[in-house]
Design a protein around this ligand. Structure first.
Ligand code: CP
Length: 369
């Protein structure tokens, strides 16, 4: 058995706490691979940092300051699964922080076509840059590569921009940031950047659709467990219900949750509804075709029965999950999520390169009176 395969199998059996420790440096997140790496303190800090960076960037001088922070770094965006938002928001985040970046998106024009393994491709990419952001169809590949670069004694963080059906931690962080901006809108608009308060206590978040294969839902469920008093409802056809591992995690963290097969009976209780598309690219034999997914669409009529300040979310891309008439409804948050993602990803990159202190100092000097 090749050493890499053996190590990977050993890691699968490691407890999560050990995996989290291996992905950290001096007790800080270094490689960004799993949502479980983020404790409440770090999530709060990243939301605050994202909000500070977007405020700072409103002026030319502020943007020049941000661009000076990491202008000595280079990044590689290795995205071999399709992406619009994650790729472009990381590219924009690099530009905001002054990081030059390059991209590999199509392995058919790289030397993988000559038989180079993906592992070797990543080791080679690491020779050109200080950061790798990666989207890959194989669960665990980003984590394996993080350890492979560590084994080469390279101090190059890897950020997981989506790993198969498993995790999408930076999407989950931008979703938490979006929910903060919804639930704490008035305070944040007044310039109150206290993200340490639990705005999720007593809130009900519903997830709808393909919850079994939707990595964004899985990562967000992990992060929501950091907020005492939150409740989750998983609305899905039985074949696509959320996995046993997430149920076990919620149970262990004493988080209240329930299941439903229709939106209508529960929507009036929801503070946020998180729609998802059918992940049929992961079908083995066209099994999605047997599912009536039309039951898992959000209509304007259903939203008419909801709370007046419901947050309507979707990681996008969408198909028919959300009625287009809702796009101009102030409750629709899915395009705001896209914008928030750019600032959250800038915050994550600044954090892993220890530039959070410089952003906080700049903000305090220019925005607090
Ligand atoms: N939400 C999301 O991950 O979108 P992309 O697939 O376009 O990156």
């Amino acid at each position: 058995m090749p050493a890499d395969t053996r190590k990977s199998e050993e890691r699968e059996t490691l407890p999560t706490a050990k995996r989290v420790a291996l992905l950290s440096r001096q007790d800080r997140v270094f490689h960004v691979i799993l949502a479980q790496q983020f404790d409440r303190e770090t999530i709060d800090a990243l939301c605050k940092l994202a909000e500070m960076a977007r405020n700072i960037a409103e002026t030319r001088q502020g943007l020049q300051f941000l661009r000076s922070l990491l202008s000595h770094k280079r990044a590689m965006l290795y995205f071999i699964q399709p992406s619009t938002r994650t790729f472009l928001s990381f590219a924009a985040a690099c530009q905001i922080l002054g990081i030059a970046y390059d991209e590999v998106r199509n392995p058919s024009v790289s030397s993988e076509i000559k038989g180079e393994t993906e592992d070797d491709t990543v080791r080679v990419l690491s020779q050109y840059c200080n950061l790798i952001v990666m989207r890959h169809p194989k669960e665990g590949f980003a984590e394996e590569m993080a350890h492979a670069l560590d084994a080469l004694n390279m101090s190059i963080p890897i950020i997981n921009g989506g790993s198969g059906q498993d995790q999408h931690p930076t999407q989950a962080l931008l979703d938490i940031y979006t929910l903060h901006r919804c639930f704490g809108r008035a305070a944040i608009e007044r310039g109150n950047l206290d993200f340490t308060m639990n705005r999720f206590a007593g809130k009900t978040i519903a997830f709808v659709g393909d919850l079994k294969r939707g990595r964004t839902v899985r990562s967000l469920a992990y992060l929501l467990c950091r907020y005492a008093g939150v409740k989750m409802i998983f609305i899905a056809p039985p074949e696509l219900q959320i996995g046993d591992d997430i149920r076990e995690y919620l149970g262990r963290h004493e988080v209240e949750y329930e299941f439903a097969e229709d939106i209508a009976p529960v929507i009036a209780r929801c503070d946020a509804i998180y729609m998802t598309r059918l992940q049929d690219e992961y079908d083995i034999a066209g099994e999605s075709k047997k599912i009536n997914y039309a039951r898992f669409q959000l209509s304007a009529e259903l939203v008419g029965k909801s709370k007046p300040d419901l947050a309507i979310m979707h990681p996008l891309p969408r198909r028919a999950e959300i009625d287009r008439r809702l796009d101009t409804d102030p409750r629709a948050q899915y395009f705001a999520q896209v914008h928030n993602g750019m600032w959250m990803r800038a915050a994550i990159i600044a954090y892993i390169f220890n530039m959070d202190g410089a952003i906080i100092d700049h903000y305090q000097m220019h925005f607090t009176y």
